[in-house]
Structures are given as structure tokens and as C-alpha cells.
Design a protein around this ligand. Structure first.
Ligand code: GDP
Ligand code: MG
Length: 153
């Protein structure tokens, strides 16, 4: 499986509920490598760029209100098949339908206020990484764990 990067946001509810450490810990425990990380407040303009596919939907005003309501943690993680690995760790969009063991299934009860965003395809990942990070903010470094975490198929 080829190495991929994916864009993750720990949404305002994760920050407010002090769950960032736990969620970052899950991603690190899985073996994903953090290659960029920062905190920011999503503006309305940024929200519209990020959620371009949803801007016309009836729930967008609520989504905009939520995602701009407080700081988020934005990060890029890298690993084999990282895009789908993170999507699987997140669970379904609606926390109530997410299996226990997933981030949304363990920590949430809402469809909107669902703790985490993860890119849904390698193409979305490239687009979203460019929205949130400048190239010089993304670090390239070796990890001695790589052969234990990522080796083989
Ligand atoms: P995701 O890829 O699993 O995050 O889900 P989507 O791309 O479908 O939606 C983006 C985000 O919009 C979700 O993570 C939720 O925060 C929110 N959202 C999705 N569907 C609904 C909805 O029906 N109502 C509301 N209020 N928010 C929604
Ligand atoms: Mg999505």
C-alpha cells in the first residue's frame, strides 16, 4: 500500500471537550505519523472552501456556525493507505450510527457535532492539505518506527 497523507481537523467540540489528546493518541497509537499540526479558527471563507460540496445544502448554515464557533486543531498524518485508515477510525458521519471503537462512536451522539474531519479520498486530501497548510509547514522526517509499523503489505 502506498504512503498517503490525509487532512484531519479536530473540530471545535473536540477542543472544547478537551478530547484532542485522546484523539491524537489514537492516531499515533495506530502508527500514523504526524507531519504537520496547528491550531486555528476556521473563518466563513475557509469553511466555504473546505465544505464546497455542502455549501448549497440545507444544513450548511448550521455546519458553518458550528465549524467557525471555536478553535480547531488541523493536522496532516501520513501512513500506508492513511486516507481510508483514518476514515475507518472516525466511524460514520452520524455519531449515533458509528460503531463503538471508532472515534465518533466512542465520544459522540450527534450527526453534526462529530469531533473529527478526515479527507474522504486521496484527491480530497490533496485539495484540503493545500487549503490548510503551506508547503513549508509540512515536515519530512524519518521515523525509526517505520519498519515496525509499516513494513510489508
Ligand atoms: P463526513 O465526511 O463524515 O464528515 O460527512 P459529510 O462530508 O457528509 O458532512 C460534513 C460535515 O457536515 C459532517 O461531518 C457533519 O459535521 C455535518 N453534517 C453532515 N450531514 C449533516 C446533516 O444532515 N445535518 C447537519 N446539521 N450537519 C451535517
Ligand atoms: Mg465529508
Amino acid at each position: 500500500m502506498s504512503l498517503q497523507q490525509t487532512l484531519i481537523l479536530l473540530k471545535p467540540d473536540a477542543v472544547q471537550r478537551r478530547l484532542c489528546g485522546k484523539i491524537l493518541g489514537r492516531l499515533e497509537d495506530r502508527g500514523l505519523k504526524i507531519v504537520a499540526l496547528k491550531m486555528l479558527k476556521v473563518t466563513k471563507e475557509l469553511a466555504a472552501q473546505h465544505y464546497a460540496e455542502h455549501v448549497k445544502k440545507p444544513f450548511y448554515p448550521q455546519l458553518e456556525e458550528f465549524i467557525t464557533s471555536g478553535p480547531v486543531v488541523s493536522l496532516i498524518v501520513e501512513g500506508p493507505g492513511a486516507v481510508q485508515v483514518v476514515r475507518d477510525m472516525m466511524g460514520k458521519t452520524n455519531c449515533r450510527e458509528s460503531a463503538p471503537g471508532t472515534i465518533r462512536g466512542d465520544y459522540g451522539l450527534s450527526r453534526q457535532v462529530n469531533l473529527i474531519h478526515g479527507s474522504d479520498s486521496p484527491e480530497s486530501a490533496q485539495k484540503e492539505i493545500a487549503i490548510y497548510f503551506r508547503p513549508e509547514e509540512i515536515l519530512s522526517y524519518d521515523s525509526t518506527l517505520a519498519e515496525w509499523v509499516c513494513a510489508g503489505d
